[in-house]
Design a protein around this ligand. Structure first.
Ligand code: GRF
Length: 191
């Protein structure tokens, strides 16, 4: 079976990357995690990738004078490796419109909220502050507008009495680890 050659872009811990690696190890999974790129040399996700035998590449944004130059360096590596699909997984850089357009319909992201609610950061605290009954996570196609773009999968969970941003984040993370592999499978299988 030909599997969709997928890159994962990270900046940190990479627990979502791990969920994608684990899912892709199953026979019949329609995507292969072929490359991990981090903009941070010390991201723990790089260690996870190395343990799984996956090629890694550090492209430190501080080494590039502009966002466009950094994004072109990433695109060059992605193209050279024959990457067909990109998953953003805790990648903490805003991508240029040029990069997003170059990878249009081949670029997906996971965001820890029920989009369109709570784009940007601190989503768990914001859901608590608003007194919401539910919170969750969304996998969506990336478009130039931040945390927008058509939804691929979204799942909600109940906010419980006594929840803090930390307890809520932990439950949302567990949910993310289920829906991101499912969304990747769905996109890769339909590609
Ligand atoms: C996740 O909550 C993801 O939704 C957000 O950044 C976090 C990354 O966590 N975009 P991890 O590095 O995958 O553990």
């Amino acid at each position: 079976m030909l599997r969709v050659k997928t890159a994962v872009l990270i900046s940190g811990n990479g627990s979502n990357l791990q969920a994608l690696i684990d899912a892709a190890a199953a026979p019949g999974f329609p995507a292969e995690i072929a490359l991990v790129i981090s903009n941070k040399p010390d991201a723990y996700g790089l260690t996870r990738a190395t343990h799984a035998g996956i090629a890694t590449h550090v492209i430190a944004h501080r080494d590039y004078p502009t966002r466009d130059a950094f994004d072109s360096a990433m695109s060059d590596v992605l193209v050279a490796q024959g990457i067909q699909l990109i998953c953003l997984a805790g990648f903490m850089r805003i991508l240029s419109d040029g990069f997003v357009q170059q990878w249009e319909n081949r670029l997906i992201n996971i965001h820890p909220s029920l989009l369109p609610k709570y784009k940007g950061l601190n989503t768990h605290q914001r859901a608590l502050d608003a007194g919401d009954a539910q919170h969750g996570a969304t996998v969506h196609w990336v478009i130039p507008e931040l945390d927008a773009g058509p939804i691929i999968l979204q799942e909600a969970l109940a906010i419980l009495p006594g929840d803090t941003a930390e307890t809520l984040q932990a439950r949302v993370h567990a949910l993310e680890h289920r829906i991101y592999p499912a969304a990747l499978a769905k996109v890769a299988a339909s590609g």
